[in-house]
Design a protein around this ligand. Structure first.
Ligand code: C2E
Ligand code: CA
Ligand code: CA
Length: 471
């Protein structure tokens, strides 16, 4: 990636670009530059991310926005703006490599999707962004003079996107671009997770969330959980996502409060549970081994005296045994539950045969006696204890203490938010039963789970699991 290749390549086009005449305008292409539109970028990145999931390759998305285009139009006129856009698209195509994609994303912007490569890190990506910027910012000859433009660039590496979909990757790059634009002119920013945490600040309208829930835009993504002993998948956690037609994949932090405020947590629970059980039945039909699916239950749902009947009915409907469903209950809910209806729901579900995980364990200050009131099967160790557990002796002591508590209470254990192989190895060594986190896989849409499961099974056949390796 370091050296600029000179082959001009446009997605689906070869040779030099000529703007299409207006009267036979192709609806899939931008009329000014002839470039494909954002949908093409999304589709291509979907394919590339799927390849990077299964074949260890990397991709990235760059969004390039010309600074101050309206001012340019005021000073030089619309025809000059069109020339600038055409010239910029040509330069971007010249700067990228064969197989990379250049698209027009919006009024003043372009998107670049990289073909997959074996090695791509932040430094290489920043160099590439700087190169794209330098080429765009060369003066542009218009009439007898030159126009000087500047551009801001936001990008995201495929491996860093909160969601492994084309849409998710573009959305992450667009958050980085927003940040770059706040620092314009000529800023370059890489996506960081803090940026996606800022999304809630851009308050989502309660009405919009309600419509999204009823319209089927809110659905679960699935994140695998694996045994540290065998490396095998023992379940998937269903995590709610809002697949927004324009904003891409929106994480639950951005919309759960709006749903809660409208009293819709029970409805959300129904939707996620139905979709999760549907997925489980689908994996069974496809001959894929997924022992269980875990669903997060809010305190609102757990307070519903009819919850156990509703869950039983749903399990019957999909003809699934209750032990295939794992109920995730937050430790805070259990700690703060003088409310008998919550105790009755959790114990009723356990009696039905469902498994119960105590989520975010270690943060909720539940007393041992309050734990005893609930039929819990597994402690799910909060991510805050897992981070750097391989390098920080304090973290190790805390995790060891939680694991010993689990053992003494006869409970299984699962660590969440495991991001590195080092953390994975240390957790296995400390005796944690299961792990979940980015080092295994990010939450993914149900459509990707089949390929992921097959690739994971293949990789197990090739290499021993970390836990076994450590003995
Ligand atoms: P949670 O139940 O603790 O879910 C784990 C969160 O950690 C998820 O965030 C997941 O995407 C993220 N995560 C997984 N692996 C890693 C990792 O290796 N590193 C890091 N940094 N994060 C990781 P997500 O999906 O944004 O969910 C946030 C919270 O929203 C969940 O926390 C859960 O409390 C709530 N939530 C999500 N879906 C539902 C739902 O369907 N119903 C209810 N009631 N709550 C939900
Ligand atoms: Ca959870
Ligand atoms: Ca958790």
């Amino acid at each position: 990636m370091a050296a600029a290749l000179t082959v001009p390549v446009v997605y689906g086009l070869t040779g030099l670009f000529r703007p299409a005449p207006a009267d036979d305008a192709d609806p899939d292409r931008d009329s000014t530059t002839g470039l494909p539109l954002a949908e093409a970028l999304e589709e291509a990145l979907d394919d590339r991310l799927a390849m990077s999931l299964t074949r260890g390759r990397a991709t990235a998305c760059f969004l390039v926005a010309l600074d101050d285009l309206p001012e340019l139009a005021d000073r030089h006129g619309q025809a000059a703006v069109e020339q600038v856009l055409s010239r910029t698209s040509q330069r971007l195509r010249d700067a990228v490599r064969e197989g990379d994609i250049v698209c027009r994303t919006d009024q003043d912007g372009f998107g670049v999707g990289l073909a997959t490569v074996t090695h791509l890190d932040l430094e290489i990506a920043i160099q590439l962004a700087a190169r794209l910027q330098a080429t765009v910012e060369e003066p542009i000859a218009v009439g007898s003079g030159s126009i000087y433009v500047s551009c801001s660039i936001g990008f995201c590496l495929g491996a860093r996107a909160p969601e492994a979909t084309g849409r998710g990757l573009i959305h992450a790059a667009s958050l980085a671009l927003d940040e770059a634009r706040r620092n314009a002119p000529s800023a370059i920013r890489a996506f960081s997770r803090e940026m996606s945490r800022r999304v809630p600040a851009r308050a989502v309208g309660q009405e919009d969330v309600m419509a999204a829930l009823e319209g089927g835009q809110i659905l679960p993504f699935f994140q695998p959980q694996v045994s540290t002993d065998t490396g095998r998948v023992t379940g998937f956690e269903a995590l709610a996502r809002w697949c927004h037609p324009e904003r891409g994949v929106i994480p639950p932090d951005a919309f759960l409060e709006a749903l809660r405020a409208r009293g819709q947590m029970e409805r959300l629970g129904e939707v996620i549970l139905t979709r999760a059980l549907e997925a489980l039945a689908g994996w069974d039909r496809a001959g894929l081994t997924v022992p269980s699916v875990a669903v997060n239950f809010s305190s609102e749902e757990l307070s519903d005296p009819k919850l156990v009947d509703k869950v039983r009915w749903q399990l019957d409907r999909f003809d699934l045994a209750p032990e295939r469903l794992c109920i995730e209950v937050l430790e805070t809910v259990i700690a703060a539950s003088p409310d008998d209806s919550v105790v009755r729901s959790v114990n009723g579900l356990a009696k039905l045969g469902c498994r119960v995980d105590l989520d975010d364990f270690g943060t909720g200050h539940a007393s041992i006696s309050s734990l005893r009131r609930f039929a819990v099967h597994r402690l799910k160790i909060d991510r805050s204890f897992v981070t750097k557990v391989d390098r920080d002796p304090d973290q190790q002591r805390l995790v060891a203490a939680i694991l010993s508590l689990a053992e003494q209470m006869g409970l299984d254990s699962l660590a969440e938010g495991v991001e590195t192989r080092g953390e994975h190895a240390m957790l296995a060594q400390l005796g944690c039963g299961h792990i979940q986190g980015y080092c295994i896989a990010r939450p993914m849409p149900v459509e990707q789970t089949g390929d992921w499961l097959r690739a994971h099974a293949g990789s197990l056949a090739d290499a021993p699991a970390i836990g076994r390796k450590l003995g």
